[in-house]
Design a protein around this ligand. Structure first.
Ligand SMILES: CC(C)(COP(=O)(O)OP(=O)(O)OC[C@H]1O[C@@H](n2cnc3c(N)ncnc32)[C@H](O)[C@@H]1OP(=O)(O)O)[C@@H](O)C(=O)NCCC(=O)NCCS
Length: 179
């Protein structure tokens, strides 16, 4: 667990998700989906119920190269970060990361502290040597956040997302994890 003071002075707890968070994570994700067009799902389109989410959290806990992190302010979840490392031995040193923050908390540093906790965890664990992610190319806040954390653009995935009939490209970004 980590505690950080955000830009506005509020206290943010960063910790691993537990089974007890499942209902709030489902509620949070269904709401966050409607706050931007940058996620793969929209308002109420998260698509997992509480039992399914409990199982997913369990699966994150079952491997050393996976982590599910939440950010909490005043006892409620305001952001989350997931990283799923590959199960194959030859690929176990890399995986894909996803992140979201509630709109009411944007630009206050929550994304930055979630990423820092995650990168520290990856470095300490010693298994993860590469983190990949995909981001819509016009998601300027996210690209800025990732670049600030040391991610580099490695490629482009054309027509990766379709929202209201319009296609968007994803940038493929990556960060090497070294001490
Ligand atoms: C992307 C997201 C996770 C960022 O979270 P956050 O808590 O607002 O992030 P932070 O406040 O730590 O950092 C955001 C940075 O982007 C910068 N930023 C914001 N809008 C920007 C813009 N339009 N252009 C460039 N930089 C921008 C901020 O200034 C800040 O940088 P700074 O700390 O150097 O000032 C959040 O906006 C979000 O959840 N968006 C919707 C879901 C999403 O896009 N998820 C990522 C999918 S790949």
């Amino acid at each position: 667990m980590g505690v950080s003071i955000l830009k506005d002075g509020s206290r943010c707890i960063i910790r691993r998700a537990s089974q007890r968070d499942a209902a709030e994570i489902v509620r949070y994700s269904n709401a966050v989906g409607g706050e931007s067009d940058f996620l793969s799902y929209g308002l109420n389109q998260f698509g997992h119920n509480v039992d399914e989410e409990k199982q997913i959290i369990r699966e994150y806990d079952q491997a050393m190269n996976r982590i599910f992190i939440v950010a909490e302010i005043d006892g409620s979840i305001c952001g989350m970060l997931t990283f799923w490392g590959n199960s194959r031995k030859r690929l176990e040193h890399w995986g894909e990361m996803g992140i979201s923050v509630s709109k009411r908390c944007w630009n206050n540093g929550v994304g930055t502290v979630l990423l820092k906790y995650f990168i520290d965890w990856a470095k300490d664990g010693g298994i993860i040597k590469k983190v990949n992610l995909m981001v819509r190319e016009d998601n300027h806040a996210a690209v800025a956040l990732y670049k600030k954390a040391g991610f580099e653009i490695e490629g482009r995935i054309k027509r990766a997302m379709k929202v209201d009939g319009i296609y968007y490209d994803f940038l493929y970004m990556g960060k090497l994890i070294d001490y």
